[in-house]
Write a protein that binds this ligand. Structure first.
Ligand SMILES: *Cc1c(COP(=O)(O)O)cnc(C)c1O
Length: 416
């Protein structure tokens, strides 16, 4: 590799220096500096997020929306300010359209429960793609069993791209919902979301976007996309676990029945009839993950200060470099070679099981994910039971990629 290849082009800012803000990245694992390439499973947290959560617990902690005392008001103010931060981040039209959930899975289940159970009938169809995460497959399968819904699956080609004509053929008057990922966690494929949403709407269907993997890597504008629902998790966006977001169009959220019953989501409870709270509280039963929500707002502010467009450019360069370097390894095959790709490199090496590879990489301080990545239908399509997956964040560098390649070469020489 010549020296010039190792330079980030002048027009792309090298934002990897922000890695200094992530304490967990600066440690040794198995006697080697940690190389963290498992961001698709979860991301590390910057000091700003850790501080926001810990300061909240040290000074302002209390339950929200219920007390008139000072701490409760401070907690409520921060919690509701976080909602506005999220709204702005995904460009929703109103705070009332931002529902805090436990994560993407919880958000998708909310839609499955509230929208589908209340207004879909036996024989109605839900379309997903072949490359969905299990959390955007199984909730629909449960309703297939319970309500007689029909789940239709958009096939993919050998690059891991949606076969668009086949998608169009699936649309029909019975199609009620398209539930589609923006970025495949198993393959790195970006889906042609805007066009798919327009086509689904033209057929009279609603659209739910699984943004779990996309939100840290691409600019999300729910109004420009015109999606009806958008789900994501905090923990893949440098925020704590146990917190996520469901965006939904106001009119739909307003019309749907609540998902869970309990405190917070009600106005008046009586044994002669209960009235529900207004949006967004109608969907937030029980005490929420208050510190998690505050951590999520801190993460969004942190990411905004760098800028998602800069992150996108930088990661695109890094993905290109990593792709080139990995393909130079003898017997290595990339799984997922879509034209439009981001942040994920799934691969297999002839004669080597992914889990053996993962173990040997860990012994050299390199953290990757091995397995089916909660996307078993994708594995089945490519005829494998597992892949090795390196997934990038903006704090990764070309040095990380070089360390990965070196560790793979060493593992291969030990295993062959
Ligand atoms: C991680 C992930 C999910 C599930 O997110 P949770 O945080 O586990 O609820 C869903 N879809 C995709 C594409 C993911 O990457």
């Amino acid at each position: 590799m010549n020296k010039a290849m190792n330079q980030i082009p002048a027009n792309v800012a090298d934002i990897s220096s922000y890695r200094a803000d992530f304490p967990a990245l600066h440690q040794q694992v198995s006697g080697h500096p940690l190389v963290y390439l498992d961001n698709g499973a979860s991301t590390q947290k910057p000091q700003a997020v850790i501080d926001a959560v810990s300061e909240f617990y040290q000074h302002d902690y209390s339950n929200v929306h219920r007390g008139i005392h000072t701490l409760s008001q401070r907690a409520t103010d921060q919690f509701e300010a976080a909602r506005e931060t999220v709204r702005e981040f995904i460009n929703a039209g109103s705070d009332k359209e931002i529902i805090f959930t436990r994560g993407t899975t919880d958000a998708i289940n909310l839609v499955a429960h509230s929208l589908v159970r209340s207004s879909f009938q036996a024989g109605d169809e839900v379309i997903v793609s072949m490359m969905e995460h299990h959390s955007n497959i199984v909730p629909w399968q449960i309703l297939e069993q319970e309500l007689g819904l029909k789940l239709r699956v958009i096939p993919i080609n050998e690059h891991g791209e949606i076969i668009y004509d086949e998608f169009l053929k699936l649309l029909n008057p019975k199609t009620k919902l398209l539930a589609i990922t923006q970025l495949s966690n198993a393959l790195g494929s970006l889906t042609p979301l805007k066009q798919m949403i327009a086509d689904a709407h033209a057929a009279g269907a609603k659209v739910l976007v699984d943004g779990a993997q996309a939100v840290a890597h691409t600019v999300v504008d729910v109004q420009a996309l015109d999606c009806d629902f958008y789900a994501f998790s905090g923990h893949k966006l440098f925020a704590p676990t146990g917190v996520g977001v469901l965006y939904g169009k106001h009119q739909l959220l307003d019309a749907m029945p609540p998902y869970q019953g309990g405190g917070e989501m009600i106005k008046v409870v009586s044994f002669s009839g209960t009235t529900y709270n207004e949006l967004p509280h109608k969907y937030e039963a029980g005490t929420p993950n208050i510190a998690g929500v505050i951590g999520l707002a801190a993460a969004i502010k942190y990411v905004n200060a760098i800028g998602i467009p800069a992150i996108q450019d930088y990661e695109h360069q890094l993905l290109g470099y990593a792709t080139e370097q990995l393909l130079a390894i003898d017997g290595l095959h990339l799984i997922g070679t879509a034209q439009d790709k981001a942040s994920i490199l799934s691969f297999q090496i002839d004669g080597i099981h992914a889990s053996d590879l993962g173990t040997l990489l860990d012994q050299q301080g390199v953290a990757i994910r091995v397995g089916h990545h909660c996307a078993m239908p994708v594995m089945e399509f490519f005829g494998v039971d597992a892949t090795a997956r390196a997934s990038l964040a903006f704090y990764n560098t070309r040095d990380d990629i070089d360390a990965l390649v070196k560790a793979i070469n060493k593992a291969v020489s030990m295993l062959k």
